[in-house]
Design a binder for this molecule. Structure first.
Ligand code: HMH
Length: 185
């Protein structure tokens, strides 16, 4: 059940189309604007998580928060380049993911840390499946497959306890699938 969800969230037609360079600009740009909204929501969640995290988790979460701020700058650069307006309404899947982040925020720290690990791990795996040498979207693939990002995901993995949190893992993965689906509609 969880295996199937991991696969669905990391092997999606959106990612195949990125890899094969058949993704429509409108679909990619829709994903870009919605993901910028998601990252802003994620930063809110993560900053709050940092505030209540145990000592050993603080460094990883603080570093990750700075990386999210940089990522928001990077989204602005990408949006300008692609002539995408970032001031957009959140679509239903983005709003639903925002609700999930609020639920994680209300959870004990171990569940919330596990949710954050899934959120990042799934992006590392998903974009790895979109890799190809020649894609004009290579920069996006490289962003979420970079060694520094993989190391961050590993560090979050040290803090996560997925064994006890099947429900959290399943919920995050379900929202990831819905997010890719949204991008392609
Ligand atoms: C939907 N999931 C989604 N967007 C992202 N940028 C990440 C995870 C990783 O930060």
């Amino acid at each position: 059940m969880l295996d199937a969800l991991w696969t669905a969230a990391t092997r999606h037609p959106f990612l195949d189309a990125v890899r094969d360079c058949t993704i429509a600009d409108t679909d990619f740009n829709r994903w870009l604007a919605q993901d910028a909204l998601f990252v802003a929501d994620l930063l809110t969640f993560q900053a709050r998580l940092l505030a209540r995290a145990p000592r050993p988790a603080q460094g990883v979460l603080a570093g990750g928060s700075v990386a999210l701020v940089d990522e928001l700058d990077w989204f602005e650069v990408q949006a300008t380049r692609r002539d995408v307006e970032l001031e957009q309404q959140a679509l239903p899947a983005t709003l639903a993911y925002r609700e999930l982040l609020l639920r994680l925020d209300a959870m004990p720290v171990d569940g919330a840390l596990t949710g954050l690990w899934v959120i990042e791990k799934v992006y590392l795996l998903a974009w790895s499946s979109a890799a190809s040498d020649s894609s004009p979207l290579r920069e996006f693939v490289e962003h979420w497959t970079a060694p520094g990002f993989a190391a961050y995901v590993d560090a979050l993995g040290e803090l996560a306890t997925p064994e006890g949190h099947d429900d959290v893992v399943a919920e995050v993965l379900t929202h990831e699938v819905a997010f890719w689906d949204m991008a392609l509609t």
